[in-house]
Design a protein. Structure first.
Length: 349
């Protein structure tokens, strides 16, 4: 038995070494909604925008960029944490070109969802169109780097996918159509199938390393609490339970894809648990206010209602879990991103 033992160890070591040879992540490629949109909506006719003050007041240079935050968003922070650039440019922004996009690019669009009918609500970029832009990007990258280098970059890159909240809050629970067609559980399954199709599509296009973020505790977003009048503005439990159930299904789908698609390294990133901890005990994280956002009264303002003329905006967004009534502050984004890097994305570091 003793002589058999050594070759096995050797094999394990060789495999480990081979896995490491895969190389560091050379680029971060982003798909999704406002949680990761770095400004694509500035370049399409929609009201779902944030390229005006006080958005961006704590961003480098104090610039409003179209990020739905006072500062940086998780995709920026994760890129930074991976040793890549500190902010990820929006693909539609003519200020940038392929040499910038070669280390990170964002196709996300605030207000969009897995479901085609979700992006119709605020006339934003549907997910299938984000993929079309990505295909266009691939062509430009191949022209810029050459076929071989571009292909390697596209397969070593980390794809960050953060989407789904709008399908429930903007679409299912707000408009009559999907509710008349699906129970909420059926709608979850419908979205999970779309998510699986999306993963397969990216895989077919050469993507291998993917991070799929789950839903936040949707019922605790200030806007949801504002409408929970009977519940005295507590978190809406039903919405949180839907998020938990959707996340469980998403995690299962990711495991299934990893089994089905050779070479795929997809991870489910849970944001629910850490986010709920921050909301439940903000002081543990150095925060003070979790019920309302910083911008305006913090109860309903976002997008154009969160503007420089709103007199109620707080003094210090760093004390707030939420920046506006729907989106986390930079400080919360930092805690959630650090947790994602440490807990779920460590193998890509
Ligand atoms: C990208 O833009 C930079 C600066 O604006 C310029 O120097 C560079 O040549 C451009 N690269 C490509 C590939 O167009
Ligand atoms: C969404 O729209 C695109 C473009 O029209 C279409 O190709 C796709 O099949 C649609 N998806 C669903 C699930 O209807």
């Amino acid at each position: 038995m003793a002589n058999l033992y050594i070759p096995w160890i050797f094999l394990v070591q060789t495999l480990t070494l081979l896995a490491k040879c895969r190389g560091k992540v050379p680029a971060v490629i982003v798909f999704g909604d406002s949680s990761v949109d770095s400004g694509n909506n500035n370049f399409i006719p929609t009201i779902a925008r944030s390229n005006f003050q006080p958005y961006g007041q704590d961003f480098p240079g104090g610039q409003p960029t179209g990020r739905f935050c006072n500062g940086r968003i998780p995709s920026d922070l994760i890129s930074d944490g991976l040793g890549l650039k500190p902010t990820i440019p929006a693909y539609l922004d003519p200020m940038y070109n392929i040499s910038d996009f070669a280390t990170g690019v964002c196709f996300a669009s605030a207000g969009t969802g897995y479901d085609n009918t979700t992006s119709d609500v605020a006339r934003v970029i549907p997910l299938w169109k984000e993929v079309e832009y990505y295909e266009e990007y691939q062509k430009k990258l191949k022209a810029y780097l050459g076929n071989k280098k571009a292909k390697k970059l596209l397969s070593d890159a980390l794809y960050l996918i953060s989407i789904g909240t709008n399908d429930f809050l903007e679409n299912y629970y707000t408009l009559p159509d999907r509710q008349s067609q699906f129970t909420v559980k059926q709608y979850e399954n419908f979205l999970i199938n779309l998510a699986a199709d999306f993963v397969k599509k990216l895989y077919a296009l050469g993507a291998r390393r993917m991070s799929l973020a789950g839903l936040p505790p949707m019922g605790c977003l200030p806007l949801e609490r504002t409408t929970n009048i009977m519940g005295l503005h507590a978190c809406v439990e039903e919405r949180n339970n839907v998020a938990l159930e959707f996340n469980r299904k998403l995690k299962g789908m990711v495991a299934k894809m990893n089994n089905q698609l050779p070479g795929l390294e997809a991870v489910y990133v849970d944001v629910y648990y850490i986010f709920l901890q921050i909301i439940t005990r903000p002081s543990v994280f150095g925060l003070e206010e979790a019920r309302v956002g910083c911008c305006g009264t913090g109860r309903f303002e976002m997008s154009f209602l969160c503007n420089p003329h709103n007199p109620f905006t707080c003094q210090d967004a760093n004390k707030y879990v939420f920046w506006d009534a729907f989106h986390p502050s930079e400080k919360t984004n930092q805690i959630i991103s650090d947790n994602a890097l440490k807990t779920y994305l460590a193998k890509f570091l």
